[in-house]
Design a protein around this ligand. Structure first.
Ligand SMILES: Nc1ccn([C@@H]2O[C@@H]3COP(=O)(O)O[C@H]3[C@H]2O)c(=O)n1
Ligand SMILES: [Zn+2]
Ligand SMILES: [Zn+2]
Length: 251
């Protein structure tokens, strides 16, 4: 995890992730703090093969201008950008155009090798890395897409509490690991809140890691039912994440 903080957290970086697969590096979301978070890990933007955007909020796309400029002018590269089809135009028109538009660039494609994604398809981004996008409710009338990775790990984009989806992923689709955004304050108007998440049955909680949390996260350690916090700037192996759950349950 590059960062695990909420949109307004100051002690945690924005909730963005680096996904590694056989030498390939995917950056999932690129918020305002992503360049600093990469720097603190000693990572150069040049090490990123592809980026993926879940939705248009600054904690998920606010760092794209810096990455786009540096890729173009510092590294002379056009990285792959995976974007849900409905977000491609608003991403350029409403988020990036103001800063990036200039003689050398007037479109998203001038900075990125754009790959549009649709729901209901699985995309093999690299050997050992398959991604499906699932539209999940967040802000009314504003599209946001969670991810299903390698047919076993669900990574929530910001989403409201949706127990039916979590049940169907676990019961019908072999989901053994859930990384879920979490808001501490009730009600979770645009996110799932902790009071909602602790109502999930234990077998779902035991697979669930909390992320996208506020600065007062330390106050909640030990108060999250069967769920655990995932930590920023730490490397997790996806098979280890599910193995640890089993060990945790047995302990
Ligand atoms: N209707 C809304 C819209 C936004 N927000 C807050 O703004 C943040 C934007 O980034 P986020 O991570 O989606 O979290 C949102 C809410 O904290 C909110 O609380 N209610
Ligand atoms: Zn967010
Ligand atoms: Zn959001």
């Amino acid at each position: 995890m590059l960062g695990t903080g909420s949109a307004f957290a100051k002690t945690f970086y924005n909730n963005n992730a680096l996904v590694y697969a056989n030498g390939y590096t995917l950056l999932v979301d690129c918020g305002i703090t992503a360049p600093a978070a990469l720097h603190s890990l000693g990572k150069s933007p040049d090490e990123i093969h592809a980026l993926l955007v879940t939705h248009i909020h600054a904690d998920h796309v606010g760092g794209l201008e810096e990455i786009a400029f540096r890729m173009k002018f510092q590294y002379q590269r056009k990285p792959l950008l995976y974007v849900p089809e409905v977000l491609a135009v608003p991403l350029w028109e409403n988020a990036l155009k103001g800063g990036l538009s200039q003689d050398e660039g007037h479109t998203l494609e001038d900075y990125f090798d754009v790959r549009l994604m649709e729901e209901g398809h699985e995309y093999e981004l690299a050997p050992g890395l398959c991604v499906e996008i699932i539209e999940t409710p967040h802000i009314p009338n504003k599209a946001s897409f969670s991810l299903y990775l390698n047919r076993h790990l669900f990574y929530s984009a910001d989403m409201r509490f949706n127990p039916e989806l979590l049940h169907s992923l676990v019961d019908q689709r072999g989901c053994d690991t859930i990384l879920h955004d979490c808001q501490f304050i009730n009600p979770g108007a645009v996110h799932a809140c902790l009071d909602d998440l602790v109502t999930l049955p234990e077998f779902i909680q035991q697979r669930l890691w909390l992320m996208h949390y506020a600065d007062n996260q330390p106050e909640y350690i030990g108060k999250t039912g069967q769920m655990r916090f995932i930590e920023q700037q730490r490397l997790y192996d996806d098979t280890e994440l599910s193995k640890l759950n089993v060990e945790f349950n047995e302990a």
